[in-house]
Design a protein around this ligand. Structure first.
Ligand SMILES: O=P(O)(O)OC[C@H]1O[C@H](OP(=O)(O)OP(=O)(O)O)[C@H](O)[C@@H]1O
Ligand SMILES: O=c1cc[nH]c(=O)[nH]1
Ligand SMILES: [Mg+2]
Length: 219
């Protein structure tokens, strides 16, 4: 896997990262969602640099300009729920992308303190020859992302695959790296050191789905 860890180069992104992690600022759920969306916009811009570009003529009021425009057919697949604001950010920049949604969530067992990945819903266009972006803000153990990539296989073979995430745990990134092909890209804003016993990223930010959309009853 080709890992692009944007925290290696300090930028404006750090301001948004600091706000989503801050235990007081993150309580403003509208700001939290918008910051995840803004991070999605930055990740979209960064990954756009490795797309395929071809020259196109643009007629200005005064002449002809040559622009290099990307020609990839993009499909954005987001993991519910927490993936939704990240999805919006990506879609803000990739105007004509097709869209897929999957409900790969972690079902916690309060007795064993373990969880399993449950996939109940998946809607996806044809992926054959397309550029697939799989978006989830939190890459903790990496099991949700990996389960999603496996679940998408019957929909066709993408030309290229990019995983888009905001915060990953070192071990989760290593897990995904061990499971996927070398040519898959990971675009991520930060890779944190640890995971706790409940599978939360440390220092991380807490529960991204709850911060964006409110707490849920366990089922
Ligand atoms: O890398 P993993 O260990 O698989 O964990 C990451 C997953 O956990 C979170 O979802 P969660 O189950 O909390 O669902 P939610 O989005 O509905 O809150 C997060 O959004 C990822 O999908
Ligand atoms: O730290 C974590 C891990 C998984 N999901 C989250 O929302 N946060
Ligand atoms: Mg959650």
């Amino acid at each position: 896997m080709q890992i692009h860890n944007l925290s290696e180069t300090p930028s404006l992104l750090n301001t948004f990262m600091s706000e989503i992690r801050d235990k007081n600022i993150q309580k403003d759920s509208m700001r939290f969602r918008r910051n995840i969306e803004r991070i999605g916009e930055i990740l979209a811009y960064e990954l756009s640099k490795v797309l395929n570009f071809s020259p196109q003529k643009t007629e200005t009021p005064l002449g002809i300009s040559k622009e290099y425009l990307y020609s990839n057919d993009i499909v954005i697949c987001s993991i519910l729920r927490a993936g939704l604001p990240l999805h919006s950010g990506l879609l803000n920049y990739f105007d004509n992308a097709e869209n897929a949604f999957i409900s790969a969530y972690r079902k916690h067992n309060d007795v064993t303190h373990d969880f399993e990945i449950i996939i109940e819903y998946l809607t996806c266009p044809d992926l054959e020859g397309k550029t697939l972006l799989v978006a989830d803000p939190m890459l903790a153990t990496g099991q949700s992302i990996y389960a999603t990539l496996e679940a998408l296989k019957p929909f066709g073979t993408p030309k290229e695959t990019h995983i888009i995430s905001v915060i990953g745990a070192k071990d989760g990134v290593a897990y995904v790296d061990s499971k996927v092909d070398n040519d898959i890209h990971l675009w991520i804003a930060s890779i944190d050191e640890d995971l706790n016993e409940k599978g939360y990223i440390i220092p991380g930010l807490g529960d991204a789905g709850d911060l964006a959309f409110g707490s849920k009853l366990q089922n």
